[in-house]
Each structure stands twice: as structure tokens, then as C-alpha cells.
Write a protein that binds this ligand. Structure first.
Ligand code: GSH
Length: 227
């Protein structure tokens, strides 16, 4: 059920991203969930993105970028999620709970920093040869990610609602984490062995992911959009 009523005015929202799920999917799903209309613009090709990157339209040279009313531009997916969660009425009013949402969002960024750097090396100013990539993948798959998932499992064990910050409804951090656990794993064949990908040792994480993708608004979205 939309969290907003349709006669409520909302700014014009246009999201710029590639034609993949990636870092935009959580934003698309949050808009669906709260009932915000979103122009989900997907670059036709990389040159379109490069042009925006080079002409200064993208503050940090990256997407997702949310354009508001054709004028204001907001980069960084976590900032976009929080902004839209507030607009959509699902961001906690309690400052401490809101900070818990921030903490879980930051933790998602931390958890995937290693895999992201090891996958997109040159963007981060490093170079890894095959031996280093193999060593990093092994360490990430066998130690780093299991540690992060165990922490997520513990967080969920404390939640009385099944959402990461204990909110009644999914919050911004739940959208970010669920999309990560759902699909967006950098270099996944190397760094995320099947048991990890299937969350075999993390039943609460698995239940969290299932609960999220079974939300009626989310399930309905995937009836019309390819997974
Ligand atoms: N921390 C940023 C990361 C954004 C990011 O990594 N964007 C990638 C696509 S997923 C990008 O724009 N890559 C193209 C490039 O850097 O040239 C966020 O969460 O929005």
C-alpha cells in the first residue's frame, strides 16, 4: 500500500543510472514502496554517462544521481535513500532510531568496500595482479564477508520487527542491504562462494531478504520489471 496519497504534491524526481540494478535498485524500490513517482532514467550507452561525468553534471563523477524538479542534483545512494525515505514518510522521527538507520547504511558501505575496491581496482587508484586478486577474493569470501554477515545476523537477532533498525516498516538501510543480499555483489563468482551467496549459515539474513522481497509492493514491481 503506498505510504503517500496520490493527491499529495511531490517534487519531480528523475534518477540517472545505468540500465542495471546496481546501486540504483534500492532507490527504485524505495520509491515503489512509498508510492513516489520516479522517472527511472537509464543511460542508453556509456557515452551518455561519460558526457554527464565530463560536463560537470555529476558532482562526484558517479551515479546514481537524483534530479529534483529539474534543477537540484543529489549524488550518493545513501543520501538519496535517506532523502526519499523522509519524503515518503518512512524515515524514523526518533533521532536515535534514525541514527541506527544511518549506522546500518554506513555498515553496508563498509562491508562492500573491500569487494568493490578489489573488483574496480583502477577506479580506486590501485592495481592488483592475478595472484593478489585471487588472494583478496579468498580472504573476502572466507573471512571478511562472513564476519560482516555474522554482524548483520546479530543485529537482526536484536530486532523485534525483522528490520535492521527495529523500525515497524523497512527503512532506508533495509532497502540498501536487501538489494545487496539480493543481487548486487561485486565480482560475485570469485568473492562470494555459493553457500555465502545463499546465506546458508545466516538464517536471519536469509529471512530478512525473503521478507523484503515478499513485500507486496516489491513483489508487484518484479512482476513487471525483470529481476
Ligand atoms: N558511494 C557511491 C558509489 C557510486 C558508484 O560507485 N557508482 C558507480 C556505478 S555503481 C559509477 O558511477 N561508476 C562509473 C565511474 O566511476 O566512472 C554511491 O553509493 O552512490
Amino acid at each position: 500500500m503506498p505510504k503517500r496519497t496520490h493527491d499529495e504534491a511531490q517534487p519531480k524526481l528523475k534518477l540517472y543510472y545505468f540500465d542495471i540494478q546496481g546501486k540504483a535498485e534500492a532507490i527504485r524500490l524505495l520509491c515503489k514502496y512509498v508510492g513516489l513517482e520516479l522517472d527511472d532514467y537509464r543511460f542508453k550507452d556509456r557515452s551518455e554517462f561519460m558526457e554527464m561525468k565530463q560536463n560537470g553534471t555529476l558532482a562526484f563523477g558517479q551515479v546514481p544521481m537524483l534530479e529534483i524538479d529539474g534543477t537540484k542534483k543529489l549524488p550518493q545512494s545513501a543520501a538519496i535513500l535517506r532523502y526519499l525515505a523522509k519524503m515518503g514518510g518512512i524515515h524514523p522521527e526518533d533521532d536515535f532510531v534514525a541514527a541506527l538507520v544511518d549506522a546500518a547504511l554506513d555498515q553496508e558501505a563498509d562491508a562492500f568496500l573491500g569487494p568493490t575496491v578489489a573488483s574496480y581496482t583502477t577506479r580506486f587508484g590501485i592495481a592488483l595482479d592475478e595472484a593478489h586478486t585471487a588472494a583478496a577474493s579468498k580472504l573476502i569470501g572466507e573471512e571478511t564477508m562472513p564476519r560482516h554477515l555474522a554482524a548483520l545476523e546479530a543485529l537482526l537477532a536484536q530486532s523485534s520487527t525483522g528490520w535492521l533498525a527495529g523500525t515497524k516498516e523497512p527503512a532506508a538501510c533495509d532497502f540498501a542491504w536487501a538489494c545487496r543480499l539480493g543481487q548486487y555483489l561485486p565480482f560475485k563468482d570469485r568473492m562470494f562462494p555459493t553457500p555465502l551467496r545463499e546465506l546458508q549459515d545466516y538464517p536471519k539474513c536469509k529471512a530478512f531478504k525473503e521478507k523484503f522481497f515478499e513485500l507486496p509492493e516489491i513483489a508487484a514491481y518484479y512482476k513487471t520489471s525483470a529481476l
